[in-house]
Structure formats: structure tokens, C-alpha cells
Design a protein around this ligand. Structure first.
Ligand code: ATP
Ligand code: MG
Length: 598
């Protein structure tokens, strides 16, 4: 795959433009959609959403938003064997998180359990206008393809009546053999010429549960010699004696994706059905099915774009499920996972993710997006908003010998250097402080400007200290460093401007809050783990490091959803699951610089 080297995300305020948006604009100009633009995001609830889905969400919701339209979150849930209510719930929460504060107003919802109603002989389901703003929002829910099972079934009978579908008794294996190959035409099924009456009778008995799983299928009658194998009498329905997580226990025949999808789009009044390139070969079938039914309203049209592929990242639900099942990660929401749940828990703001996926753009060509593009979008967003704090990850104790044991030197520190309106907080310098171990070198390399024997360094916002003595324990390890504090170099004092080459962060040892800090790194060591023979063999063994850190006291009150820059270290957020009152756990969202860049 081509690597895209442009590592700079576009400014957040540039309106996106691409070939799909051009088509929408042309359709509107031609008056094709007097009722407005309707798009949809249709995940199958068989896993958690990942960063690739974010691209599709932002595209579909973005188009609706830019055109005063509507976007439906639809569970494409007609294969109950692989689906689960846990996924329905996570998908709904993740989509709401991603569009919150941006495209909430175009999210189409509907009353719980609402099914398509007949309008002039034509089925249709309508969302509640502005539903998300009503006081009864709890009574609303996304769209479910499984709410349309009755209508989809009725459409199937109509296809049979028109002689465009038949019940086939070939086994799954025989069906495959009859289908042929791209370069070899298929063979007609021996059941292809059943009468309408026989087909209707058998299909009704399929629905009534008379036959076991796999015994019969309903197939479209198209062309077994079509060059496009998807048109070789594709399966529309199969028998599955299994309850449905949303639709309940009334069904034992379930429609397949191609059949359910185009008709769900139609029932919801979707105008532009935007999906990824692998569905390009399905488009003729999408159009055939809608055309075969002679439907009265304007038909939806399908458009395809290239998937998002991000370097060092897996974007396949199946493989992500494997990481969960094999306990490589702690769950779908492990902060190392490229799932929206993991990304959120890691502390990436939804706005940064939107900015990233929108910046990557929408094309018809597969390419690999460099991780730096994503990381830079996250850094830019957090840099502008995250309040600065001090945290020491690997503490080394400093004794300021000329401070009294109970003395407190109050130092004022701005929350956001670029924005005085963000206010400030007070840091307390006390006799014992912690600095980062790596900010001291007993035998300093050349040009080492941090603390060293006999050397001076500035404690940011406090003043200059000088290393006077190294105290070691019985094993010879450094136990503490004894320093003097130059009070004259405090802010507002005559020596405040005195220059030293190094400035470091610190926290008061007596006042610091102790916290578990989790340092995350990329999960894989190769740019395209999805292409590796075994992606479980290219895991980064150092993707998680857990430390006990000392943090500025006010961080004990931090809540999940807040982001902080620990100065000189990176961006951190309280973990939403494992933080407890007075005992916070912080996740590192991202480092300040790309530590992998050479
Ligand atoms: P996976 O391959 O991970 O299982 P999927 O395509 O099967 O993903 P769906 O639930 O069918 O998952 O996806 C919902 C929508 O998201 C589809 O329209 C699909 O085209 C789109 N989508 C999935 N992966 C990506 C991606 N990497 N980039 C952009 N859109 C994607
Ligand atoms: Mg899919």
C-alpha cells in the first residue's frame, strides 16, 4: 500500500470536499431529493466500532450536517448468530460520543421498536424530527434493520410473485459449486424453474419453521452466467432457527446482507448510501433488487470510498475480537485498542478524532495513513486545550536543606500558557520535593543541562536549586539529593531573571498525590500488522508500562474526560474504569513528541 507522507492535518475549519460531496451537491441542484438528504451509518453489531468506522461516521454525518439533512445510525442486524446486544449498546454510545457537540442535530432516532408503516401502499419508516432534543430522548433509539423483517419478508413474496425469486434446495456446498468462478460461468439450479405457487408455498413454510437450518434458501433469479458473480442468483434468505437479540423469537428465516441493506435504505428514505470499496461489486445487485420491486419512491443510490487504513493498527473487527479473546488486551476498551471505546478511554477528544478522519479525505484509492498524521491531530487538539500540570513519573527525592520542615513557598503557575483566561493554580514548594530521576545525572554526559553534582537547575515556577550532596543507601543506590534553594530567584525577586540552562518539573513530596500511571505505546511493531502472516506474532512487547507516579495534588480531583498535559511528558487523562476517589489512575494519551521518529 502507498504510504501517505503528509503528516499535517488540515486546519479544523476547512470545509471538506470530495467526490461524494460533489455528487450530493449535483443531486440537490438537480432537484432529485425534495425531502432532503438522508445518509446512514450501518454497522453490524458483531463487534466494537474502530477508527476506520470513525471515517465513515464523520463522512455520513458530515454530509447530512452540511446539507441540512439527516443521518441514521442503523444496526445492520440480520445475522443474529454473530451479533449481540452488548455491541448494539457500545456502538450507540460510541457514535453519540463521536458526533457529540458537532452533528447531534442530524442524528435520526425513532420511537423504541417503531416499524415501517404503510404510506399509500408503500412501507416507510420516519424518524422523529429533532428527536434528540425532545425530553423523551430515553424513549428513542437508533434504527434496526431487524425492525423491518416483516416488510422485507413481504417484499420477498412480491419478488416471488413477479417470478424474480425462487426457493432452492441445493445444499450450501452445492450452491457454491453451481456458482462457478469469475472466469467460469455458473450452472442453473435444478430448482430454478419452480412455479410461483410452489415457491410461495415453500417460502411460507420456510418461515413457518417446517425445515431445518440449511435445508432451503430463497434466491434471486438473475443470471448464472453473469460476469459479476454477485448476480449469479444470490441468496436472499436462509433458515436459521435462532432467536434475535432485537427482534425476539418470531423468526427462523433471516435475510442476507445484500437483500436487507438496499431495502432498509429504501424504507428509511436514505438518498445516498455510502459504503466502502469492497461493496462496489455488490452495487449491481443493490440496483437490481430495488429495480425488481418497482418501488414508488426515489431509490437510494450507493457510492463507495476507500477504507481508512492506519499504520501499526488493525481495523478489522474479527481480528480485534481475537485480541480481546486471547487476552492480549484487557478488553474492547483497552486504551491501546483502535476501537472508539479504547480511544476515548485513552483520552483522545472526539474533536481530535473527527479532525483526523476528515483530514485524511475521501477517495477511491486504498492507501496507508501514517500514524504520525493521527498523532499530530491528537497533539494539536490537546495542546490547545489541555491544562498544564506537574507529574513525576519516576521520582527522585530532593531535600532543599535551607527550607524549614514546615515551610511552604507558594508559586503561581498558569493553566494554559497560550491563554491567561484559563487561570492559574498555586504550586507549593516544600523542603522535600520529587524530580524526575532522569533529570539528575551523577556522571553527566556532555551538554547535560539538568541537575548534576555541583550544578544548578531551575525548578519551573519556583526558582533555582543547586546540587550540594548525593546521599546513597547501603546498596549504593541514590536515596536523595541534598540541594540549596536560591530564594532570590523566585518570581518577583531580584534574581528571578538569573539564567541557568536547564528547567525541570517537580512536585512537593509531602503534598503530592500518588497515582498509577499507564504509559501506552503502539500495539504492533510493523506498519501493516493486518497483512502479517500472524498478527499476534508482531505485537509490541512494550505497549504498556505501569508506574507509580507523584502528581500535583489538585490532580486527585480530576475526572475522566478531562485531559492534562503533564509538562515535558505528554498528555494524560484519568482512567474511566479504574480510578477511585483519592487514588486516581492516569492513562497517557500521547507523548509530546513522536518518540519513534528517528
Ligand atoms: P470490519 O471489516 O472491521 O468487520 P465491517 O465493514 O465489516 O468492518 P460494518 O459494521 O459492516 O463493519 O461497518 C459499518 C460501516 O463502516 C460500513 O459502511 C463500512 O463500509 C464502514 N467501514 C468499515 N471499516 C471501515 C474503514 N476501515 N474505513 C472506513 N469505513 C469503514
Ligand atoms: Mg461489513
Amino acid at each position: 500500500m502507498n504510504a501517505e507522507s503528509n503528516a499535517t492535518p488540515p486546519a479544523a475549519n476547512v470545509a471538506p470536499s470530495d467526490f461524494i460531496r460533489d455528487i450530493v451537491a449535483q443531486d440537490l441542484a438537480a432537484g432529485r431529493h425534495p425531502e432532503g438528504i438522508v445518509t446512514r451509518f450501518p454497522p453490524e453489531p458483531n463487534g466494537y466500532l474502530h477508527i476506520g468506522h470513525a471515517k465513515s461516521i464523520c463522512l455520513n454525518f458530515g454530509i447530512a450536517l452540511e446539507n441540512g439533512g439527516r443521518c441514521h445510525l442503523r444496526m445492520d442486524d440480520t445475522n443474529p448468530a454473530k451479533e449481540d446486544i452488548e455491541y448494539v449498546e457500545s456502538i450507540t454510545a460510541d457514535v453519540k460520543w463521536l458526533i457529540s457537540g458537532w452533528a447531534d442535530s442530524v442524528l435520526g432516532l425513532k420511537p423504541k421498536g417503531a416499524k415501517p408503516a404503510a404510506e399509500g401502499g408503500d412501507f416507510r419508516i420516519r424518524p422523529v424530527p429533532g428527536a434528540e432534543n425532545t425530553s423523551s430522548a430515553a424513549e428513542l433509539e437508533p434504527f434496526f434493520a431487524s425492525d423491518y423483517l416483516e416488510q422485507l419478508y413481504a417484499y420477498a413474496e412480491r419478488l416471488i410473485e413477479k417470478g424474480k425469486a425462487y426457493v432452492c434446495d441445493l445444499s450450501p456446498k452445492e450452491t457454491d459449486e453451481y456458482r462457478g468462478a469469475p472466469d467460469k460461468p455458473g450452472k442453473n439450479s435444478p430448482f430454478r424453474d419452480r412455479s410461483v405457487a410452489e415457491n410461495l408455498d415453500l417460502f411460507r413454510r420456510m418461515r413457518a419453521g417446517e425445515f431445518p437450518d440449511g435445508a432451503r434458501t430463497l434466491r434471486a433469479k438473475i443470471d448464472m452466467a453473469a460476469p459479476n458473480v454477485w448476480l449469479r442468483d444470490p441468496l436472499l434468505y436462509r433458515i436459521r432457527h435462532i432467536d434475535h437479540h432485537h427482534a425476539g423469537s418470531g423468526w427462523c428465516v433471516y435475510p442476507l446482507y445484500d437483500y436487507a441493506h438496499c431495502l432498509s435504505d429504501y424504507l428509511e428514505g436514505v438518498t445516498h448510501s455510502v459504503c466502502t470499496l469492497e461493496f462496489e461489486v455488490h452495487r449491481p445487485l443493490y440496483e437490481w433488487l430495488l429495480g425488481a420491486l418497482d418501488l414508488p419512491r426515489v431509490l437510494p443510490r450507493q457510492y463507495e470510498f476507500a477504507k481508512l487504513h492506519l499504520a501499526y493498527t488493525i481495523v478489522s473487527k474479527r481480528k480485534l475480537l481475537q485480541l480481546v479473546n486471547e487476552k492480549v488486551v484487557s478488553g474492547w476498551d483497552d486504551p491501546r485498542m483502535p476501537t472508539l471505546a479504547g480511544i476515548r478511554r485513552r483520552g483522545v477528544p472526539a474533536s481530535a478524532l473527527r479532525r483526523f478522519v476528515t483530514g485524511v479525505g475521501v477517495t477511491k484509492f486504498d492507501s496507508l495513513t501514517e500514524l504520525a498524521v493521527y498523532e499530530n491531530a491528537v497533539r494539536e487538539e490537546l495542546n490547545a486545550s489541555a491544562h498544564r500540570r506537574f507529574g513525576v513519573l519516576r521520582p527522585l527525592k530532593i531535600i532543599l536543606v535551607n527550607l524549614a520542615p514546615d515551610e511552604v513557598v507558594e508559586c503561581s503557575a498558569g493553566n494554559l500558557p497560550s491563554d491567561p483566561a484559563a487561570g492559574s493554580r498555586t504550586l507549593a514548594l516544600t523542603r522535600e520535593v520529587y524530580i524526575e530521576s532522569e533529570d539528575f545525572a551523577e556522571v553527566p554526559p556532555p551538554k547535560y543541562f539538568r541537575l548534576k553534582p555541583g550544578g544548578e537547575v531551575r525548578l519551573k515556577y519556583a526558582g533555582i536549586i543547586k546540587c550540594e550532596e548525593i546521599v546513597k543507601d547501603a546498596s549504593g543506590a541514590i536515596a536523595e539529593i541534598r540541594c540549596t534553594f536560591d530564594r532570590d530567584t523566585r518570581t518577583g525577586q531580584p534574581g528571578a531573571d538569573r539564567k541557568v540552562k536547564g528547567t525541570i518539573h517537580w512536585v512537593s513530596a509531602s503534598l503530592a498525590v500518588e497515582a498509577e500511571v499507564r504509559l501506552y505505546d503502539r500495539l504492533f511493531t510493523v506498519p501493516e500488522p493486518g497483512d502479517a502472516e500472524d498478527f499476534l506474532k508482531v505485537l509490541n512487547p512494550n505497549s504498556l508500562e505501569i508506574l507509580t507516579a507523584k502528581l500535583e495534588p489538585c490532580l486527585s480531583g480530576a475526572t475522566p474526560g478531562q485531559s492534562f498535559q503533564f509538562e515535558r511528558l505528554g498528555y494524560f487523562t484519568p482512567d474511566a474504569k479504574d480510578s477511585a476517589a483519592g487514588r486516581p489512575v492516569f492513562n497517557r494519551t500521547i507523548t509530546l513528541k513522536d518518540t519513534w521518529a528517528k
